[in-house]
Design a protein around this ligand. Structure first.
Ligand code: GLU
Length: 455
């Protein structure tokens, strides 16, 4: 049932760019918050001072904005909440839920070797302020994560050490900071990657010690590449910035990422963002790893591109190319819209309208045969009087040449295409000629004919 007080958070660590897995986590949190009429907190988990950089924070925010995922609170820096963490720590020391202990990691390992692995280490409290601070973990029972996706997952407490929650200098450790922040920020639902499931019992133990009600948890299955291996760079675009550079539309990326683990069985279903918001429920996310297949994203992106109103399409192409969305670009977009699957592909299709054609020698060699010269001359002659110079009339003017030279359509139109565009891929040939205009078309067709042997 929708509630108006749900609160989610997206909590990236700024140790690198936002990758596809992180983008999906951000999207799922955003969808859940928007579905519920709840709030989304953006929390930057920058407590690792060595690896967290300002550039990475900027990159993450830029990626969120490009994906059009807005947030209601933040960005909140976790590092800047150090006072709050110290205060929570003090409370646990005062209440006896935490204590200072001198044992180093090595000593704990030695203790376990002696007492048997799988038996949690329980330290010896000291008042000495140079000792690290551990949380007291009950020696028995279990901590159960009631995961919205996986169901209950039980972790026996006996296998946990009294784990360190703060260093001797008072700086707190990751699981402690996360638990304190989730509690103090009133987070009701934690949606994050599966790789954090093993952290959850520790966070639950901290919350329990603090006397806080835990949020609900949902751990998202990992993303794999089409080869079934964990998603990585070799599967194609890896970061959100790379997706943008490759010419994908934010709406298509949202659609595709939403379907990675959630929704229909068909991960190529076209859905508007409004529909995603209306239908999305974290509890409907599947348990098994989802496959990120860039080919499917391309296909889906192509569908979004074809369905865009021309003005919007032109604006997106202009932005991608860094050009002005003027009439000329709009006309070019009009004939390319059917053909391109990404914004990046558009330029190759329309370039001939803006620059003289640079002949692709391979394409040239393939279609410019002996006898093509006279055909192109006849094409120029047939086009000369066409008025107005528009696709249907151009087609009608060229059609008789098929019979006259005994050619199949491809054998007539491919040489024209190579002549006017330099390549063998372009929008429809009649549309391309019309968009280029009579004068430039004739010039290019005649120039190509001149390069070929005469009759
Ligand atoms: N900062 C963690 C990460 O980027 C996420 C922690 C969480 O969501 O609890 O992987």
């Amino acid at each position: 049932m929708p509630s108006d007080n749900s609160r989610l958070r997206f909590a990236p660590s700024p140790t690198g760019a936002l990758h596809i897995g992180g983008a999906r986590t951000a999207l799922y949190n955003w969808l859940a918050a928007r579905h519920d009429g709840g709030e989304l907190v953006l929390r930057i988990e920058d407590t690792d001072r060595e690896r967290s950089t300002e550039e990475n924070v900027a990159q993450i925010l830029d990626a969120m904005r490009w994906l059009e995922l807005d947030w209601d609170v933040g960005p909140v820096s976790q590092a800047e909440r150090a006072d709050r963490h110290a205060e929570a720590l003090r409370r646990l020391l005062d209440s006896g839920h935490a204590y200072r202990d001198h044992a180093t990691g090595k000593e704990v390992e030695a203790w376990k070797a002696e007492h048997g692995a799988g038996r949690g280490y329980r330290g010896t409290p000291t008042e000495d302020p140079t000792a690290a601070i551990r949380l007291r973990v009950p020696g028995e029972g279990e901590t159960v994560v009631h995961d919205l996706i996986r169901g209950p997952v039980a972790f026996p407490n006996a296998s946990y050490d009294d784990f360190v929650i703060a260093r001797a200098d008072g700086s707190v450790l990751y699981n402690f900071a996360v638990a304190v922040d989730d509690a103090e920020m009133g987070i009701t639902e934690v949606v994050r990657g599966d790789d954090h499931l093993s952290n959850t019992p520790k966070q639950l133990l901290v919350l329990e010690a603090l006397g806080q009600e835990p949020p609900r948890y949902a751990h998202l299955p990992l993303l794999h590449g089409p080869d079934g291996k964990k998603l990585s760079k070799r599967h194609g675009a890896a970061s959100v910035q790379e997706l943008r550079a490759a010419g994908y539309l934010p709406a298509a990326v949202r659609n595709y990422l939403a379907l990675l683990g959630w929704g229909t069985d068909d991960d190529t279903t076209l859905m508007s963002t409004e529909e995603l918001v209306r239908r999305f429920r974290v509890a409907d996310v599947g348990k098994s790893a989802a496959i990120f297949d860039e080919k499917k994203l391309r296909w889906l992106n192509g569908r979004f591109m074809r369905e865009m109103p021309l003005d919007e399409y032109t604006a997106a192409v202009a932005r991608h190319l860094g050009r002005e969305a003027d009439e000329r670009l709009r006309a070019a977009c009009g004939i390319a819209q059917e053909k391109a699957q990404t914004l990046e592909e558009v330029w190759a299709l329309i370039r001939f309208l803006f620059e003289p054609p640079v002949s692709d020698e391979k394409a040239w060699g393939k279609v410019m045969k002996e006898g093509t010269g006279p055909v192109l001359e006849a094409v120029a002659e047939a086009l000369e009087p066409v008025e107005p110079f528009e696709p249907a009339r151009i087609e009608a003017a060229l059609a008789p040449l098929l019979d006259r030279f005994g050619l199949k359509p491809g054998k007539l139109y491919q040489p024209i295409r190579v002549a006017i565009t330099g390549t063998s891929i372009s929008p429809g040939i009649f549309e391309s000629l019309a968009a280029l205009g009579r004068e430039r078309s004739l010039e290019r067709i005649r120039a190509a004919a001149e390069r070929l042997p005469p009759a």
